[in-house]
Design a protein. Structure first.
Length: 402
């Protein structure tokens, strides 16, 4: 028998499927099969448990579901209009199979209202993470079907944690509610904004290309900055800002989870630039000229900020620019992990130490190199002219060894 935990795993997706394609039986059957293959969950049992609160094994549930589909065709012929699957299921179990003696399905309007409430974040009123994932999957299917573009924004309040620690959770909650209102005021009805976790938000922009998403992101960022530069707590200004990363379907990924990860990578890039900025994900970044370290007679060391010892096998630097570098390493760094980068020449007389943040990790297994990773690192520039100093350091002429 199916378990309540398994039902919860697929509940949002099954309800979304009914909402989207309630009159497309072939589509529903195909998607049910796909969900079962992906999750291993008895989807027919889950679907009927959600709709009728009847517990059945998968074989019995599939048989009843096929009967409901046939009963729906019969009802359409009798009443001369479309009949939804929920209505067909209700009539089947009340009047044909008569398994429902206390039909909770009859309270579907109350049930759906409860579902809508459970889809919202209780603090901000935005969509919650679980519901957002279901909406994203549904919208990606629609975008694929009609060959539409879609953009995803990952957003994070830059200095919220310090403010929350200073003034307490009550003030922090009020500020989060204000941020949610500011975001909702800058988006369309078809856009979906959600509180992802803590001070992190996400925004889905259907039928939107990359430049359009960038303009929306900039409007939101500027609105947050304008609002909180005037906002005071205990007579002191807040000055809270927002960083945003953007990823686009289908260019950056066609899979929901990966698209979210791409937007988060772009967010870390925005954070590395000094926060209060918008960054766009591109698989290959060529914003600045990249140098081969060996051609510049440079040696580059990388190690995690919280780990004083270097790796047993030093990372191999592939290229470096004024904004970051790419290294090949055996260590699987995590996205967002902070590192220390040391650049120096052969004699050690010319050197530069920088902080960085991992913004990209790609395993090289598909190139026949299991256990090796390409790691992209964005420099965290801590003062105004540091980027120019990095550029001068990289372009400096040095004698090649030998």
């Amino acid at each position: 028998m199916i378990t309540p935990h398994e039902v919860e795993r697929v509940k949002g997706e099954l309800l979304a499927l009914l909402d989207e394609d309630s009159h497309n039986e072939e589509r529903i059957l195909g998607r049910l099969s796909q969900i079962r293959c992906e999750t291993g969950i008895q989807v027919h049992s889950a679907l009927l448990l959600i709709l009728t609160h009847l517990m059945m094994d998968e074989e019995e549930a599939r048989s009843h579901w096929n009967a409901v589909l046939q009963h729906r065709i019969h009802l359409i012929a009798r009443v001369g209009r479309e009949v939804g699957l929920r209505v067909a299921a209700f009539d089947y179990f009340i009047n044909v199979n008569r398994k429902l003696t206390r039909p909770k399905i009859i309270e579907m309007s109350v049930f759906e209202e409860s579902e809508r409430s459970s889809a919202l974040d209780s603090l901000t009123g935005l969509t919650n993470q679980r519901s957002f994932k279901s909406s994203l999957q549904r919208e990606l299917r629609r975008s694929k079907r009609y060959e539409l573009e879609l953009c995803l924004l990952s957003m994070d309040l830059d200095n919220f944690r310090e403010i929350n620690e200073r003034y307490g959770d009550l003030v922090g909650d009020i500020l989060l509610k204000e941020v949610a209102i500011l975001i909702k005021n800058k988006i369309r009805d078809i856009d979906v904004a959600a509180r992802w976790a803590g001070e992190e938000f996400v925004l889905m922009l259907p039928e939107t290309e990359r430049m359009g998403a960038y303009l929306v992101a900039e409007r939101i960022r500027m609105e947050i900055e304008r609002h909180f530069v005037r906002r005071e707590v205990d007579g002191k200004p807040i000055h809270m800002t927002l960083s945003i990363g953007i990823a686009k379907y289908p260019d950056d990924s066609t899979v929901g989870e990966r698209l979210i990860a791409r937007a988060e990578e772009a967010l870390y890039q925005a954070k590395a630039r000094g926060a209060n900025s918008v960054a766009v994900y591109y698989r290959e970044r060529r914003n600045f000229i990249r140098f081969d370290p060996s051609h510049r007679a440079l040696s580059i060391e990388v190690k995690p900020s919280d780990h004083p010892l270097p790796e047993p096998v030093p990372p191999q630097a592939k290229n470096v620019s004024r904004s970051g570098l790419m290294v090949e390493t055996a260590r699987p760094y995590g996205i967002g992990e902070c590192v220390v980068v040391k650049c120096h020449d052969a004699g050690g007389s010319d050197q530069l130490t920088l902080k960085g943040r991992v913004v990209r990790v790609e395993e090289l297994d598909d190139r026949g190199m299991p256990g090796r990773f390409d790691v992209g690192i964005a420099f965290i520039l801590e003062w105004e002219h540091q980027e120019a100093e990095v550029a001068r350091f990289l372009q400096r002429e040095r004698p090649r060894p030998g």
